[in-house]
Design a protein around this ligand. Sequence first.
Ligand SMILES: *Cc1c(COP(=O)(O)O)cnc(C)c1O
Length: 386
Amino acid sequence: MERPLLMIPGPVEVSPAVLRASQAPPPGHMTAAFVTDFSRALRAMRQVWRAGPDDQPFVLAGSGTSAMDFAVCNTLAPGDRFVVVETGYFSLRLAEMGRRRGAEVTVVPAPPGEAPPIELVAETVARVRPKVLGVTHVDTSTGVRTDARALAAVAQQHGALSLFDGVCSTGGEAVDQAAWGADVVLTASQKALGLPVGLALLVMSPAALAARTAMTALPPLSLDAASFLPVMTGYEAEKPTYFATPATTLVTALRVGLDEIVDYGVQERWAAHARAANAIRQALTAMQLTFVPSPGLAANTLSAVWYPPGVGPALIGSVRERGAVIAGGLHPAIKDRYFRVGHMGFVTTEPDLLLRTVVAIAQGLADQGYGVDPDAAVQAAAEALA
Ligand SMILES: *Cc1c(COP(=O)(O)O)cnc(C)c1O
């Protein structure tokens, strides 16, 4: 059988050009070609994040989790107050990072599939007066998307920094760092940017960098924005500077992947994700399936879907045999009751890959004894994509 399509919420399928770049012999970190690639990647990040000229991109070897730790320990010092908007598993991870940094953490609660009302967040921020408001833009555990623009405004009104975990959004959802006035927007390479796993990426505002400069309880050297700042400004100006060896192969792939996004059009790429999400959901709805996020909160980068009656986690294996890898649940409170389908990166511009995914899910459901009409599902998706 053909290799099954990787349709989990990260890692994801990559484009042919990104795949080629990822397979090249490792470039030296001081070579002219690499220096140019790193500079171009940093400049392209400004476009993909829609960052302001004074905002600072960072590219580090690591995962999304390392990007989160980097953001937390450069903006929060022990004793600082940190308000976190609960949206699921990843928001609670952000809160735990704050606690480990010694911050006083206040979580604004919400049940699985929900986000707290903006009024409740505003009220909490007004009462607690935190240094940082932490938000998961899209919580990959539930498929919930928060109103990032409104939340950034709440932080700004109360003199707090805003920190967005955009691991499952940047490149696929509207991210508008300068217009929002967001202070940190972080992501990882393997999700909506459509690259292999291994890079932690952030853009920090001057206010976020100033928080680090003012600190006396310093972050670990390998997570210190001050360690990496001269490296990033150096490479962007095509003057290589050493602190810790950059992940050269991945940075080269990043340059290729971000160029593809910029050439396609950053906003057009958001629209492609919205189209893909709509097509997948039309197909799932045609099969009488329902979704974990409350109406109006569903992200464009993944779908979190309740198992229908009589179907459980064994569905994942059946769908894989039919040609697509999907993921199980992640939110501990509802873990075995739903599955997740990623639709981000390269596949969002490839209708045939989206339709193959729909066929695999429909056939997998049928194999599990759930009576569906695969043709009607494919038709619903195809109409949405037309
Ligand atoms: C995947 C993900 C993470 C964690 O990223 P890793 O690369 O697995 O460390 C964090 N936050 C969100 C929203 C994610 O989707």
